[in-house]
Design a protein around this ligand. Structure first.
Ligand SMILES: [Zn+2]
Length: 433
């Protein structure tokens, strides 16, 4: 087992809790003093910074949502003057105003440390050649990974997203050992590799650190088998810091949350009550070391469960279950909650089916209908019609038993569903509701 900072990552829990409480108190004092929006919310809830006496008191504090970031656009939630802010990132803002996040010099150092831990946890060292195919720019993925990779002393290839043939050429010529990108993009790269006649054995690739979108265990198997690498899940979000909030270790039994910098809770998204460890709900994160944009009880919309048992890897930090969906991605069809990752899980258990799919929801009359477009393999597509019909029926049956509703299955030609070089689009909702 290798650690970047063993002292912090394996800190005894009692000591960790003491550190968390001290940092939480400091954070609460700071936002109350310097961020009017937090002061107003706390005053309204009747909470003073002095009321936070133990970690359990965190529950008393109001939540922060994406809407709060939008309401205070662009810099209203910053706790430092702009002269102390050295970096600004922002979401794409496809729906309304983007969300803006800022970093002090120390925040950038913290983030680099967290990414150094994450990359080390996935086996990277100073001898690694890390190809970073997350987009560079306002999105936190690119620069977040970049600084962490430099911190461990690896050789970084800042290839950014896109230009897939060049990515593969770089991988081959520069001897890339670790790849960082979204899980859907690595599968697309694999297809292009096949077209170019390049086999995994022609590359030095050992591992991939994949994140920025939910992906299933079946998708992990698919990536590991096709590319002959180890695939690690990484978690993060710009509102909290960016990638590096949590990372899988070699045990792959959940992602370790960097608890010396964040406090994680899981709540029932409807009642907003904190749930017991092991119960699935929405992840809520409080930052306890950030300077420019401290965030209290941020509702991530990501669904997971927590496990506080000490991991076989020796790390004491709480693990969060692999995120299988966001409450945002969820579509409700005839009263049933459907996540793209559930569909993905079903599909990848059926031979001849490719991990490329699209959910289309429509309303016909008063009835919601789900169509699942599924790509089949080249070999199967050129086969007789009867075989395709049989496959369609099998998928339909499996889908119905997994989702609890029936879906129309449409088998489509290989490579006909649009590929993504970033986050994959899995759902088209055509209902006007
Ligand atoms: Zn572990």
């Amino acid at each position: 087992m290798s650690y970047w900072d063993k002292e912090k990552e394996c800190m005894p829990r009692e000591q960790l809790r003491e550190l968390q409480l001290r940092r939480l108190k400091e954070t609460v004092y700071r936002v109350y003093a310097f961020v009017p929006a937090y002061k107003a919310k706390m005053d309204q809830a009747g909470i003073r910074p002095d009321d936070i006496k133990c970690l359990e008191d965190l529950e008393k504090l109001p939540f922060t949502t994406k809407q709060d970031l939008r309401d205070n656009y662009p810099f209203g939630l910053f706790a430092l003057p702009m002269s102390e802010v050295v970096r600004i990132h922002s979401s794409s803002g496809t729906t309304g105003k983007p969300t803006v996040v800022g970093y002090s010099k120390k925040d950038i150092d913290t983030w680099s440390e967290l990414m150094a831990r994450a990359l080390t946890s996935a086996g990277a060292t100073r001898y690694s050649v890390i190809q970073n195919a997350y987009g560079y720019g306002l999105f936190t993925g690119g620069l977040g990974v970049h600084y962490g990779a430099e911190k461990i002393g690896a050789s970084v290839i800042p290839s950014s997203g896109g230009n897939t043939k060049r990515q593969i050429m770089l991988m081959q010529d520069f001897g890339t050992t670790e790849l960082t990108c979204t899980p859907s993009y690595v599968l697309f790269m694999y297809e292009i590799m096949q077209e170019m006649g390049i086999e995994p054995a022609d590359l030095k690739l050992k591992a991939g650190i994949f994140g920025a979108e939910p992906w299933s265990e079946n998708m992990r198997r698919e990536i590991e088998n096709k590319l002959k690498i180890k695939a690690y899940d990484i978690y993060g979000l710009s509102e909290v810091i960016g990638p590096g909030v949590a990372i899988e270790c070699a045990c792959k039994q959940g992602l370790h949350i960097a608890e010396d910098h964040f406090i994680a809770e899981v709540i029932d998204p409807l009642s907003e009550k904190v749930l017991d460890d092991g119960s699935q709900g929405e992840l809520v994160i409080t930052t306890i070391s950030k300077e420019a944009l401290p965030i209290i009880r941020y509702r991530t919309r990501d669904l997971t469960a927590l496990d506080r048992n000490i991991c076989d890897c020796g790390r004491t930090h709480t693990r969060m279950r692999k995120v299988l969906g966001r409450s945002d991605d969820m579509v409700i069809i005839r009263g049933v909650n459907v996540f793209p990752s559930m569909v993905e899980s079903v599909l990848l258990n059926i031979p001849g089916v490719e991990p490329h799919y699209l959910l289309i929801v429509e309303r016909k009359g008063n009835l919601d209908q789900l169509e699942v477009q599924v790509e089949v393999s080249e070999k199967l597509f050129s086969d007789e019609v009867r075989k395709l019909e049989e496959l369609g029926a099998v998928i339909g049956k499996e889908m119905e038993s997994a989702l609890g509703i029936n879906a129309k299955i449409r088998l489509v030609e290989p490579k006909s569903i649009q590929r993504s070089e970033g986050k994959a689009k899995r759902v088209i909702d055509r209902r006007n509701i």
